[in-house]
Write a protein that binds this ligand. Structure first.
Ligand SMILES: NC(=O)c1ccc[n+]([C@@H]2O[C@H](COP(=O)([O-])OP(=O)(O)OC[C@H]3O[C@@H](n4cnc5c(N)ncnc54)[C@H](O)[C@@H]3O)[C@@H](O)[C@H]2O)c1
Length: 328
C-alpha cells in the first residue's frame, strides 16, 4: 500500500510517518511539504519526499505515485494571525486543499484523511460534539469548514471516500517552537529557552484540552484503515480540559523555572474542548499522556534542537486591529 502524507515535515505528519514506518514497514511512504512551517530533519528516512507547495500544480506527483491513501495535513495553523493574512490563509489552507481533493478524485484514491480543526465550532457550547452546528470565528476556521464541505461534495458527486478528523491542541516532539504566532505550548517553550516570560493573552482563564502527539498517531492510522471510520467526522485529542494559566504552571513545574506575563487579549474562543467518545469507539483513541508527562517529553526533545531564529512575518496583509505584541 502507498500512503501519501502532505505536511510530512510538520509535527503531525512527521510523527505519523514515524509511526507508520515503525508499525507497518510494508507501507510505501510518500511525503509532500514546502518546508514553510516544518523541517527537513523531521522527515523519516523511509519517506520518499517531494518539496512542493500544494498551492501550485501537484498533478505530476499524483500521476507518478498514484497513492492508495492520502493524509492531507499541510496547512498554516496560525489561527490568531489568520485575519491579518487572510488571502494567504485561503490560498494555503483552502485552495491548496481543493488541489489535493481534485487529484484524489482523478487518481481514484481509496481514502482521504483530512485534518480539519476544532476551530470549526467557533463559540459553540463545550464540549463540542461532532453533530454541533459549525460557526467558525476566523478565516482559519472558515477555510477548514469550507474544506470539509468540499470533501463531502467530492464524496457525494465523485464517490471519494474520506474521514475528517478534528484534532485539538496537539503538542509534542517535532512541533515548530520557533513560530511566534502559533501553538501556545511551543511559543512558551521557545520563550523559556530564551529567558523570556511565558506570555498569556488576556486573563488566562481560557480553557483547552491538550493532546500529546503520540496518543493520536495510531488513531490517525485507523482513520485511513478502518471501515467504520469511512465517511465520518471525528474529534481527536485530549480529554481533560484546563485553563491556560494551569497549563503555564505545569510547564513552569516541568522546566523548573519561569515567570508569566499577561498581554492584551485577542479575538479567540474562550472555552474550547471536544467530546471524545466517537474517537474511542471508531479510532481506538486512548488518552495515555497527561500534560505534565507530555511537556516533559517535549521539553527534553526541545533541548536537543538546533538554535533557530524566531520566525516572524516580514509583512502582514492587514494591520488594522493588530495586537501590540505582533507589531513590528
Ligand atoms: N497541532 C494542532 O494542535 C492542530 C489542531 C487542529 C488541527 N491541526 C491541523 O493538523 C494539520 C497538521 O498540523 P501540525 O500541528 O502538524 O502543523 P505543522 O505546522 O507542524 O505542519 C504543517 C506542515 O505543512 C507544511 N505546509 C504548510 N503549507 C504548505 C503548502 N502550501 N504546501 C506544502 N506544505 C505546506 C508546513 O511546512 C508544515 O511542515 C494542519 O492541517 C493543522 O491545521 C493541528
Amino acid at each position: 500500500m502507498k500512503v501519501l502524507i502532505t505536511g510530512v515535515a510538520g509535527m503531525i505528519g512527521a510523527r505519523l510517518a514515524d509511526w507508520i514506518a515503525e508499525n507497518h514497514p510494508e507501507v510505501e511512504l510518500i511525503g509532500i511539504d514546502d518546508l514553510s512551517g516544518g523541517y527537513l530533519e523531521n522527515i523519516n528516512p523511509k519517506v520518499q519526499f517531494y518539496k512542493q507547495n500544494l498551492a501550485d500544480d501537484i498533478s505530476a506527483i499524483f500521476e507518478r505515485e498514484k497513492p492508495d491513501v492520502v493524509y492531507h495535513l499541510a496547512a498554516y495553523a496560525a489561527e490568531g494571525l489568520s485575519p491579518f493574512v487572510r488571502v494567504f490563509n485561503y490560498q494555503n489552507n483552502l485552495i491548496a486543499t481543493t488541489r489535493v481533493i481534485t487529484q484524489c478524485i482523478k487518481h481514484g484514491v481509496k481514502r482521504l484523511v483530512y485534518t480539519s480543526s476544532m476551530s470549526v465550532y467557533g463559540r459553540g457550547k463545550t464540549p463540542f460534539d461532532e453533530r454541533d452546528q459549525q460557526a467558525p470565528i476566523d478565516p482559519y476556521g472558515v477555510a477548514k469548514y469550507a474544506a470539509e464541505m468540499d470533501i463531502k461534495i467530492a464524496h457525494e458527486q465523485h464517490g471519494l471516500e474520506y474521514c475528517i478528523i478534528r484534532p485539538h491542541n496537539v503538542y509534542g516532539a517535532k512541533q515548530n517552537i520557533w513560530d511566534k504566532y502559533r501553538n501556545v505550548l511551543g511559543i512558551w517553550m521557545f520563550r523559556l529557552m530564551n529567558s523570556e516570560p511565558i506570555s498569556i493573552f488576556g486573563d488566562g482563564e481560557q480553557k483547552r484540552a491538550f493532546s500529546y502527539i503520540d496518543d493520536i498517531t495510531e488513531p490517525l492510522w485507523n482513520a485511513a484503515i478502518r471501515k467504520e471510520a469511512a465517511g465520518e467526522i471525528i474529534n481527536l485529542g485530549g480529554i481533560y480540559e484546563c485553563t491556560i494559566t494551569e497549563a503555564a504552571d505545569t510547564l513552569i513545574k516541568v522546566v523548573g523555572h519561569g515567570e508569566k506575563v499577561h498581554l492584551e487579549s485577542r479575538h479567540e474562543v474562550k472555552h474550547a474542548w471536544s467530546t471524545y467518545q466517537k474517537s474511542i469507539d471508531l479510532l481506538g483513541f486512548e488518552h495515555r499522556t497527561n500534560l505534565e508527562q507530555g511537556l516533559t517529553k517535549m521539553w527534553q526533545w526541545a533541548q536537543t534542537q538546533p538554535k533557530r531564529h524566531r520566525f516572524e512575518w516580514t509583512q502582514y496583509e492587514l494591520e488594522v486591529g493588530f495586537y501590540s505584541y505582533w507589531k513590528k
